[in-house]
Design a protein around this ligand. Structure first.
Ligand SMILES: [Zn+2]
Ligand SMILES: [Zn+2]
Length: 415
Protein backbone atom coordinates (compact mmCIF):
# COMPACT_ATOMS: atom_id res chain seq x y z
CA UNK A 1 0.00 0.00 0.00
CA UNK A 2 1.18 3.52 -0.76
CA UNK A 3 1.78 5.58 2.32
CA UNK A 4 0.04 8.92 2.60
CA UNK A 5 2.33 11.80 3.51
CA UNK A 6 1.51 15.12 5.10
CA UNK A 7 0.80 18.07 2.81
CA UNK A 8 3.84 19.97 1.46
CA UNK A 9 4.79 22.76 3.85
CA UNK A 10 2.55 21.33 6.58
CA UNK A 11 4.33 19.52 9.35
CA UNK A 12 3.67 17.47 12.42
CA UNK A 13 4.82 18.77 15.76
CA UNK A 14 6.12 15.61 17.38
CA UNK A 15 5.90 14.99 21.14
CA UNK A 16 9.38 16.25 22.12
CA UNK A 17 8.85 19.46 20.15
CA UNK A 18 5.28 19.78 21.37
CA UNK A 19 6.66 19.84 24.90
CA UNK A 20 8.81 22.84 23.95
CA UNK A 21 5.79 24.52 22.35
CA UNK A 22 3.73 23.96 25.50
CA UNK A 23 6.49 25.46 27.61
CA UNK A 24 6.77 28.55 25.40
CA UNK A 25 3.01 28.98 25.21
CA UNK A 26 2.69 28.71 28.98
CA UNK A 27 5.37 31.40 29.46
CA UNK A 28 3.53 33.62 26.99
CA UNK A 29 0.19 33.06 28.73
CA UNK A 30 1.70 33.80 32.15
CA UNK A 31 3.28 37.04 30.97
CA UNK A 32 0.18 38.15 29.03
CA UNK A 33 -1.95 37.55 32.13
CA UNK A 34 0.50 39.67 34.15
CA UNK A 35 -0.26 42.53 31.76
CA UNK A 36 -4.04 42.04 31.98
CA UNK A 37 -4.69 40.16 28.72
CA UNK A 38 -7.40 37.52 28.23
CA UNK A 39 -7.39 34.76 25.66
CA UNK A 40 -9.74 34.84 22.70
CA UNK A 41 -10.15 31.70 20.62
CA UNK A 42 -10.89 32.76 17.06
CA UNK A 43 -12.14 30.51 14.26
CA UNK A 44 -9.79 28.85 11.78
CA UNK A 45 -11.92 30.03 8.84
CA UNK A 46 -13.69 33.25 7.97
CA UNK A 47 -15.50 34.76 5.02
CA UNK A 48 -12.86 35.72 2.49
CA UNK A 49 -13.94 39.36 2.37
CA UNK A 50 -12.78 39.85 5.97
CA UNK A 51 -9.19 39.37 4.85
CA UNK A 52 -9.44 41.11 1.48
CA UNK A 53 -10.90 44.17 3.21
CA UNK A 54 -8.54 44.27 6.19
CA UNK A 55 -5.24 43.04 4.80
CA UNK A 56 -5.77 44.75 1.44
CA UNK A 57 -6.61 43.39 -2.01
CA UNK A 58 -3.19 44.22 -3.40
CA UNK A 59 -1.02 42.43 -0.86
CA UNK A 60 0.82 39.19 -1.62
CA UNK A 61 -1.19 37.44 1.05
CA UNK A 62 -4.57 38.20 -0.47
CA UNK A 63 -3.45 37.97 -4.08
CA UNK A 64 -1.43 34.77 -3.97
CA UNK A 65 -1.23 33.07 -0.63
CA UNK A 66 -4.66 32.52 0.82
CA UNK A 67 -6.33 29.12 1.01
CA UNK A 68 -9.77 30.01 -0.29
CA UNK A 69 -12.60 27.70 -1.29
CA UNK A 70 -16.28 27.86 -2.11
CA UNK A 71 -18.55 26.77 0.68
CA UNK A 72 -21.45 24.53 -0.38
CA UNK A 73 -23.73 27.56 -0.53
CA UNK A 74 -21.29 29.33 -2.86
CA UNK A 75 -19.83 31.82 -0.37
CA UNK A 76 -16.08 32.17 -0.35
CA UNK A 77 -14.32 30.95 2.76
CA UNK A 78 -10.64 31.38 3.66
CA UNK A 79 -8.37 29.63 6.15
CA UNK A 80 -7.07 32.51 8.24
CA UNK A 81 -3.69 33.81 7.03
CA UNK A 82 -3.25 35.89 10.23
CA UNK A 83 -5.09 36.60 13.46
CA UNK A 84 -5.69 40.33 13.71
CA UNK A 85 -8.60 40.53 11.26
CA UNK A 86 -10.54 37.85 13.13
CA UNK A 87 -9.93 39.46 16.51
CA UNK A 88 -11.12 42.81 15.15
CA UNK A 89 -14.21 41.18 13.64
CA UNK A 90 -14.99 39.49 16.97
CA UNK A 91 -14.39 42.75 18.85
CA UNK A 92 -16.94 44.52 16.66
CA UNK A 93 -19.42 41.65 16.41
CA UNK A 94 -19.67 41.09 20.16
CA UNK A 95 -19.47 44.75 21.22
CA UNK A 96 -16.45 43.98 23.38
CA UNK A 97 -15.99 47.72 23.85
CA UNK A 98 -19.12 47.77 25.99
CA UNK A 99 -18.18 44.80 28.14
CA UNK A 100 -14.73 46.03 29.14
CA UNK A 101 -13.20 49.49 29.58
CA UNK A 102 -10.44 48.45 27.19
CA UNK A 103 -9.83 45.11 25.56
CA UNK A 104 -6.52 43.32 25.80
CA UNK A 105 -6.77 40.04 23.95
CA UNK A 106 -4.36 37.31 22.94
CA UNK A 107 -4.63 34.28 20.70
CA UNK A 108 -2.54 31.22 19.94
CA UNK A 109 -2.99 28.99 16.93
CA UNK A 110 -2.28 27.98 13.36
CA UNK A 111 -2.37 30.30 10.34
CA UNK A 112 -2.35 29.29 6.67
CA UNK A 113 -0.49 30.81 3.74
CA UNK A 114 0.49 29.17 0.51
CA UNK A 115 4.07 30.44 0.47
CA UNK A 116 6.91 28.83 -1.41
CA UNK A 117 8.17 26.15 0.97
CA UNK A 118 11.65 26.92 2.28
CA UNK A 119 13.63 26.26 5.43
CA UNK A 120 11.74 27.51 8.45
CA UNK A 121 8.65 28.53 6.43
CA UNK A 122 5.49 26.51 6.57
CA UNK A 123 2.10 26.73 4.94
CA UNK A 124 0.48 25.92 8.23
CA UNK A 125 2.41 27.93 10.77
CA UNK A 126 1.67 29.02 14.30
CA UNK A 127 1.36 32.43 15.81
CA UNK A 128 1.05 33.82 19.28
CA UNK A 129 -0.49 37.26 19.01
CA UNK A 130 -2.11 39.98 21.06
CA UNK A 131 -4.23 43.04 20.36
CA UNK A 132 -5.25 46.03 22.47
CA UNK A 133 -8.33 48.04 21.59
CA UNK A 134 -9.38 51.45 22.87
CA UNK A 135 -6.04 52.93 23.94
CA UNK A 136 -4.39 55.51 21.70
CA UNK A 137 -1.78 56.61 24.24
CA UNK A 138 1.84 56.05 23.32
CA UNK A 139 2.53 54.36 26.67
CA UNK A 140 0.55 51.27 25.65
CA UNK A 141 2.87 50.91 22.63
CA UNK A 142 5.81 50.86 25.03
CA UNK A 143 3.98 48.52 27.41
CA UNK A 144 3.40 45.98 24.64
CA UNK A 145 7.08 46.09 23.68
CA UNK A 146 8.06 45.73 27.33
CA UNK A 147 5.81 42.65 27.49
CA UNK A 148 7.53 41.07 24.48
CA UNK A 149 10.92 42.00 25.90
CA UNK A 150 10.05 40.19 29.15
CA UNK A 151 8.79 37.17 27.22
CA UNK A 152 12.04 36.81 25.27
CA UNK A 153 13.94 37.33 28.50
CA UNK A 154 12.01 34.63 30.32
CA UNK A 155 12.72 32.23 27.44
CA UNK A 156 16.42 33.12 27.64
CA UNK A 157 16.44 34.26 24.01
CA UNK A 158 19.31 36.67 23.49
CA UNK A 159 20.58 38.57 20.49
CA UNK A 160 17.13 39.62 19.35
CA UNK A 161 16.99 43.30 18.51
CA UNK A 162 13.91 45.49 18.79
CA UNK A 163 13.57 47.84 15.82
CA UNK A 164 10.94 50.56 15.75
CA UNK A 165 9.66 53.15 13.34
CA UNK A 166 6.63 55.35 12.82
CA UNK A 167 4.81 55.07 9.52
CA UNK A 168 2.56 58.05 10.17
CA UNK A 169 -1.17 58.43 9.83
CA UNK A 170 -3.68 59.22 7.05
CA UNK A 171 -2.88 62.92 7.57
CA UNK A 172 0.86 62.76 7.02
CA UNK A 173 1.35 59.60 4.98
CA UNK A 174 0.20 61.01 1.61
CA UNK A 175 3.03 63.55 1.68
CA UNK A 176 5.51 60.81 2.50
CA UNK A 177 4.15 58.61 -0.30
CA UNK A 178 4.63 61.48 -2.70
CA UNK A 179 8.18 62.03 -1.50
CA UNK A 180 8.89 58.33 -2.04
CA UNK A 181 7.34 58.38 -5.49
CA UNK A 182 9.45 61.37 -6.45
CA UNK A 183 12.54 59.63 -5.12
CA UNK A 184 11.90 56.34 -6.93
CA UNK A 185 10.47 57.88 -10.12
CA UNK A 186 13.77 57.90 -12.04
CA UNK A 187 14.88 54.58 -10.48
CA UNK A 188 11.75 52.72 -11.50
CA UNK A 189 13.32 50.67 -14.24
CA UNK A 190 15.93 49.38 -11.79
CA UNK A 191 13.38 48.10 -9.28
CA UNK A 192 12.32 44.44 -9.14
CA UNK A 193 9.00 43.43 -10.75
CA UNK A 194 7.20 43.47 -7.42
CA UNK A 195 8.48 46.92 -6.54
CA UNK A 196 7.51 48.35 -9.92
CA UNK A 197 3.98 47.32 -9.03
CA UNK A 198 4.37 48.59 -5.48
CA UNK A 199 5.48 51.92 -6.89
CA UNK A 200 1.94 52.41 -8.17
CA UNK A 201 -0.14 51.01 -5.32
CA UNK A 202 1.94 51.10 -2.16
CA UNK A 203 5.42 52.65 -2.58
CA UNK A 204 6.08 52.30 1.18
CA UNK A 205 6.56 48.61 0.67
CA UNK A 206 9.53 49.17 -1.64
CA UNK A 207 11.39 50.03 1.56
CA UNK A 208 11.19 46.51 2.95
CA UNK A 209 11.77 44.65 -0.33
CA UNK A 210 14.01 41.63 0.22
CA UNK A 211 15.83 42.06 -3.13
CA UNK A 212 19.35 43.32 -2.49
CA UNK A 213 19.22 45.70 -5.42
CA UNK A 214 15.97 47.36 -4.24
CA UNK A 215 17.47 47.40 -0.78
CA UNK A 216 20.48 49.36 -2.04
CA UNK A 217 18.26 51.76 -4.00
CA UNK A 218 16.21 52.43 -0.86
CA UNK A 219 19.34 53.26 1.13
CA UNK A 220 19.00 57.01 0.63
CA UNK A 221 15.21 57.13 0.28
CA UNK A 222 13.20 59.68 2.27
CA UNK A 223 12.47 58.65 5.86
CA UNK A 224 8.99 58.49 7.36
CA UNK A 225 10.28 60.19 10.46
CA UNK A 226 11.03 63.38 8.46
CA UNK A 227 7.45 63.54 7.19
CA UNK A 228 5.44 62.90 10.34
CA UNK A 229 2.73 65.35 11.36
CA UNK A 230 3.10 66.90 14.77
CA UNK A 231 0.78 64.42 16.53
CA UNK A 232 2.58 61.44 15.02
CA UNK A 233 5.94 62.89 15.99
CA UNK A 234 4.84 63.49 19.59
CA UNK A 235 3.50 59.95 19.71
CA UNK A 236 6.73 58.47 18.36
CA UNK A 237 8.87 60.50 20.75
CA UNK A 238 6.62 59.38 23.61
CA UNK A 239 7.07 55.72 22.66
CA UNK A 240 10.86 56.06 22.67
CA UNK A 241 10.92 57.88 25.99
CA UNK A 242 8.63 55.27 27.57
CA UNK A 243 10.76 52.41 26.27
CA UNK A 244 13.75 53.99 28.03
CA UNK A 245 11.72 54.29 31.23
CA UNK A 246 10.76 50.61 30.97
CA UNK A 247 14.38 49.60 30.33
CA UNK A 248 13.69 48.20 26.88
CA UNK A 249 16.55 48.73 24.43
CA UNK A 250 15.68 49.44 20.81
CA UNK A 251 17.06 50.87 17.60
CA UNK A 252 15.37 53.10 15.06
CA UNK A 253 14.91 51.56 11.66
CA UNK A 254 13.61 54.18 9.22
CA UNK A 255 13.01 51.50 6.58
CA UNK A 256 10.72 49.45 8.76
CA UNK A 257 7.24 49.45 7.26
CA UNK A 258 4.59 46.81 7.74
CA UNK A 259 3.52 44.58 4.89
CA UNK A 260 -0.17 45.04 5.64
CA UNK A 261 -2.09 48.13 4.63
CA UNK A 262 -3.89 48.85 7.86
CA UNK A 263 -0.97 49.93 10.06
CA UNK A 264 -0.53 53.48 11.41
CA UNK A 265 2.14 55.15 13.52
CA UNK A 266 4.27 52.75 15.57
CA UNK A 267 5.66 49.76 13.66
CA UNK A 268 8.07 47.31 15.25
CA UNK A 269 9.93 44.08 14.75
CA UNK A 270 12.11 41.87 16.88
CA UNK A 271 14.79 40.62 14.51
CA UNK A 272 18.08 38.76 14.43
CA UNK A 273 19.41 36.02 16.59
CA UNK A 274 20.59 33.11 14.50
CA UNK A 275 17.84 33.88 11.98
CA UNK A 276 19.74 36.60 10.19
CA UNK A 277 18.75 40.22 10.16
CA UNK A 278 15.95 39.84 7.65
CA UNK A 279 13.88 37.50 9.73
CA UNK A 280 11.54 38.89 12.34
CA UNK A 281 10.59 36.62 15.20
CA UNK A 282 7.83 39.02 16.24
CA UNK A 283 6.29 41.97 14.45
CA UNK A 284 3.42 44.33 14.86
CA UNK A 285 2.26 47.86 15.16
CA UNK A 286 -0.55 50.29 15.64
CA UNK A 287 -3.64 50.20 13.44
CA UNK A 288 -5.94 52.99 14.52
CA UNK A 289 -8.26 52.81 11.50
CA UNK A 290 -8.92 49.12 11.00
CA UNK A 291 -11.83 48.79 13.43
CA UNK A 292 -13.69 51.61 11.69
CA UNK A 293 -12.77 50.25 8.25
CA UNK A 294 -14.39 46.95 9.18
CA UNK A 295 -17.58 48.69 10.25
CA UNK A 296 -16.93 49.20 13.96
CA UNK A 297 -16.74 52.41 16.02
CA UNK A 298 -13.57 54.43 15.55
CA UNK A 299 -11.16 52.70 17.93
CA UNK A 300 -7.40 53.00 18.30
CA UNK A 301 -5.65 49.63 18.39
CA UNK A 302 -2.24 48.02 18.47
CA UNK A 303 -1.02 44.43 18.28
CA UNK A 304 1.69 41.99 17.33
CA UNK A 305 2.27 38.41 16.39
CA UNK A 306 5.11 36.05 17.17
CA UNK A 307 6.12 33.27 14.79
CA UNK A 308 6.20 30.16 16.94
CA UNK A 309 8.47 28.18 14.59
CA UNK A 310 11.01 31.02 14.52
CA UNK A 311 10.76 31.49 18.26
CA UNK A 312 11.41 27.80 18.92
CA UNK A 313 14.40 27.87 16.55
CA UNK A 314 16.00 30.45 18.87
CA UNK A 315 15.08 28.55 21.99
CA UNK A 316 17.35 26.20 23.91
CA UNK A 317 15.30 23.00 24.21
CA UNK A 318 17.35 21.91 27.21
CA UNK A 319 15.39 24.42 29.28
CA UNK A 320 12.42 22.09 29.08
CA UNK A 321 12.49 19.05 31.31
CA UNK A 322 11.33 15.82 29.73
CA UNK A 323 8.04 14.65 31.18
CA UNK A 324 8.65 11.24 32.71
CA UNK A 325 6.36 9.12 34.86
CA UNK A 326 6.92 8.99 38.60
CA UNK A 327 6.32 5.24 38.69
CA UNK A 328 6.66 2.31 36.35
CA UNK A 329 4.93 -0.82 37.63
CA UNK A 330 6.39 -4.11 36.53
CA UNK A 331 4.68 -7.42 37.14
CA UNK A 332 5.41 -11.06 36.45
CA UNK A 333 2.57 -13.43 35.69
CA UNK A 334 -1.16 -12.99 35.17
CA UNK A 335 -2.06 -12.65 38.88
CA UNK A 336 0.68 -10.11 39.54
CA UNK A 337 -0.48 -8.16 36.52
CA UNK A 338 -4.00 -7.99 37.97
CA UNK A 339 -2.54 -6.71 41.24
CA UNK A 340 -0.49 -4.16 39.29
CA UNK A 341 -3.60 -3.04 37.41
CA UNK A 342 -5.53 -2.42 40.60
CA UNK A 343 -2.54 -0.53 42.03
CA UNK A 344 -2.14 1.68 38.97
CA UNK A 345 -5.85 2.54 39.12
CA UNK A 346 -5.29 3.86 42.65
CA UNK A 347 -2.29 5.86 41.49
CA UNK A 348 -4.25 7.47 38.69
CA UNK A 349 -7.14 8.34 41.01
CA UNK A 350 -4.62 10.06 43.31
CA UNK A 351 -3.08 11.93 40.40
CA UNK A 352 0.23 10.08 40.56
CA UNK A 353 1.76 9.64 37.11
CA UNK A 354 2.24 5.94 36.59
CA UNK A 355 2.57 3.55 33.66
CA UNK A 356 2.80 -0.19 33.32
CA UNK A 357 3.55 -2.54 30.46
CA UNK A 358 0.38 -4.46 29.60
CA UNK A 359 2.38 -6.52 27.13
CA UNK A 360 4.19 -8.16 30.02
CA UNK A 361 7.48 -9.77 29.07
CA UNK A 362 10.49 -10.47 31.25
CA UNK A 363 11.41 -8.33 34.22
CA UNK A 364 14.54 -7.31 32.33
CA UNK A 365 12.61 -5.99 29.35
CA UNK A 366 10.13 -4.17 31.60
CA UNK A 367 13.02 -2.58 33.52
CA UNK A 368 14.54 -1.48 30.24
CA UNK A 369 11.32 0.29 29.30
CA UNK A 370 11.19 1.96 32.73
CA UNK A 371 14.73 3.19 32.17
CA UNK A 372 13.90 4.52 28.73
CA UNK A 373 10.92 6.47 30.08
CA UNK A 374 13.15 7.77 32.92
CA UNK A 375 10.68 6.71 35.60
CA UNK A 376 11.82 7.83 39.03
CA UNK A 377 10.56 4.68 40.77
CA UNK A 378 9.86 1.16 39.69
CA UNK A 379 7.47 -1.10 41.54
CA UNK A 380 8.12 -4.80 41.13
CA UNK A 381 5.37 -7.35 41.77
CA UNK A 382 6.36 -11.00 41.32
CA UNK A 383 4.88 -14.19 42.72
CA UNK A 384 6.69 -13.88 46.07
CA UNK A 385 5.49 -10.32 46.56
CA UNK A 386 1.96 -11.36 45.66
CA UNK A 387 1.95 -14.06 48.35
CA UNK A 388 3.30 -11.68 51.00
CA UNK A 389 1.05 -8.80 49.83
CA UNK A 390 4.06 -6.52 49.44
CA UNK A 391 5.74 -4.75 46.54
CA UNK A 392 9.37 -3.95 45.89
CA UNK A 393 9.89 -0.23 45.51
CA UNK A 394 13.05 0.63 43.61
CA UNK A 395 14.47 4.12 43.56
CA UNK A 396 15.94 4.43 40.07
CA UNK A 397 18.22 7.28 41.01
CA UNK A 398 20.16 5.85 43.94
CA UNK A 399 19.45 2.24 42.85
CA UNK A 400 18.14 1.16 46.27
CA UNK A 401 15.11 -1.01 46.76
CA UNK A 402 12.89 -1.75 49.73
CA UNK A 403 10.01 -4.08 50.41
CA UNK A 404 6.86 -2.12 51.19
CA UNK A 405 3.43 -3.45 52.28
CA UNK A 406 1.18 -3.08 49.21
CA UNK A 407 -1.33 -0.77 50.89
CA UNK A 408 1.41 1.62 52.04
CA UNK A 409 3.10 2.22 48.71
CA UNK A 410 0.90 5.15 47.69
CA UNK A 411 1.64 6.99 50.95
CA UNK A 412 5.34 6.33 50.45
CA UNK A 413 5.30 7.78 46.98
CA UNK A 414 3.27 10.84 47.94
CA UNK A 415 5.85 11.48 50.66
ZN1 LIG B 1 0.44 61.80 11.23
ZN1 LIG C 1 11.98 45.12 -4.93
Amino acid sequence: MNRIHSIKGVKDVLPDEALVWQYIQQKARDIFHTFGYSEIIIPIMEYTELFSRSIGETTDIVEKEMYTFDDRDGRKITLRPEGTASVVRAYIEHNLRDSSPFSKLYYIGPMFRRERPQAGRFRQFYQIGAEVFGIGHYMIDAEILHMLHLLFDSLNINGVELQINSIGCPQCRPAFRNALKTYFADKRSELCDNCRRRFEINPLRILDCKSTHCHALAETAPKTIDHLCNDCLLHFNGVQESLKTAGVTFVNNPRLVRGLDYYTRTAFEFVGGTLGAQNAVAAGGRYDNLVAELGGPSTPAIGFSIGVERLTSLFDNNMVAKRSPLVFITSLGADAQKKAFSLINHFHKKGISAVMDYNGGSLKSQMRKAGKLEAKYVIIIGEDELLKDVVILRDMQDKTQTEVPAEQVIDRLIK
